[in-house]
Ligand binder design. Structure first.
Ligand code: SIN
Length: 361
């Protein structure tokens, strides 16, 4: 009995008192929970409907951040949470000015020693765009995770609570430092550059069609199998401090018989660039090609992307980009090609350098 008691005292001494003495003596703080800021912007994760079975026609962006956080009390077990309402919108109303506001707030929080990571709640419709914008501009290795929901918070089997819990677990995990901005939905971690919304209604809507997910979250534990494919955050030449206003870039859509009208209208409206969501591997009907070539001659930057949803647009493949001064989007979808072109134009006006950016970021 005595021997067992002695053993218990020795174990308690080693595992409880020694670490406590050490922390006091050498100034180590006792192990603390990661400090995660949740920046709320609205969307379906903050949406509500009058009845639990209603999953369309509900009102997005009505619940304040405090209510969204309070609905997941388990968050307090894995992190110290600080919630902030940045905007309260449905994400179709997201725009470059709001990206800049969010990015500046992130930069401020990430620069503090007492912040370990950020979760941004947003509507899913344009979530991938905010994620890619932040992926290219934030200068920190601390985790930044975007999350949303496909069903309003009032729905039967609403997905927002678990998505939020998983997003906080991901932002709190040491594994996600230096992995760029991440998107967490439906138990899955995706890279901002690679992920896209693929379904109008399914909870399994966010996918990375060319490259697949980075990993999963199960029972609050993050499992990563690979890193993001391209450079990001601290490894890009895009700095918020250099950006006053982002240039105006339009996305135009290619189809059988597409002509010159849309291109000419965009040029007349004074755009700095056009991303053409072309058919197949960026192929262009002769009329659209001629209009885009004329636009390029006038100094409008033209990027060929694809409307197909996956695969790369190869430079000088379907079109002689060298001759026409065009840029090939690689495997960036049109909405992300627009963001990279916007940011590229804050750093250079040289189409060859912009092509290198598309090959790198
Ligand atoms: C939105 O994007 O704000 C509405 C749709 C959603 O969050 O899923």
């Amino acid at each position: 009995m005595n021997a067992i008691f002695r053993k218990i005292v020795v174990i308690a001494f080693l595992f409880i008192f020694v670490p406590l003495f050490a922390s006091t003596l050498w100034g180590f703080p006792p192990a603390a929970k990661p400090r995660i800021s949740v920046l709320a912007t609205g969307g379906t994760i903050a949406g509500a409907a009058p009845v639990a079975t209603q999953t369309i026609g509900y009102q997005a962006a009505v619940l304040p951040v405090g209510e969204v956080l309070a609905s997941v009390p388990d968050l307090g077990r894995i992190a110290d949470i600080h919630g902030e309402q940045v905007v309260q919108i449905a994400s179709e109303n997201m725009n470059p000015d709001i990206w800049m506001r969010i990015a500046r707030r992130c930069e401020d929080l990430l620069s503090r020693d007492n912040a370990d990571g950020i979760v941004i709640t947003q509507g899913t419709d344009t979530l991938e765009e905010t994620a890619y914008f932040l992926n290219l501009t934030l200068k920190s290795r601390k985790p930044v995770v975007l999350v949303g929901a496909m069903r309003p918070a009032t729905a039967l089997s609403a997905d927002g609570s678990l998505n939020l819990y998983n997003a906080v677990a991901t932002a709190a995990s040491p594994l996600t430092r230096g992995q760029g901005v991440l998107v967490v939905m439906n138990d899955t971690v995706n890279a901002a550059r690679e992920v896209t919304k693929t379904s109008t209604f399914s909870v399994e809507t966010f996918r990375s069609p060319d490259l697949g997910a980075l990993g999963y979250i199960k029972s609050g534990r993050v499992h990563l199998y690979r890193g993001p494919s391209r450079r990001h955050t601290t490894d890009t030449p895009f700095y918020l401090k250099n950006i006053e206003k982002l240039p105006k870039i339009e996305i135009l859509y290619g189809y059988a018989g597409s002509g010159t009208a849309a291109v000419e209208a965009a040029v007349k409206a004074g755009v700095a660039g056009i991303v053409y969501a072309a058919t197949g591997n960026g192929s262009l009907p002769e009329a659209a090609k001629a209009a885009l070539a004329a636009a390029s001659k006038k100094g409008v930057f033209v990027v060929r992307s694809s409307r197909t949803g996956s695969g790369m647009v190869a430079r000088n493949g379907e079109v002689n980009d060298d001759a026409l001064g065009f840029i090939a989007a690689d495997n960036l979808n049109p909405q992300k090609a627009r963001i990279l072109l916007m940011l590229a134009l804050t750093a250079t006006q040289d189409a060859k350098v912009i092509q290198q950016y598309f090959d790198t970021y």
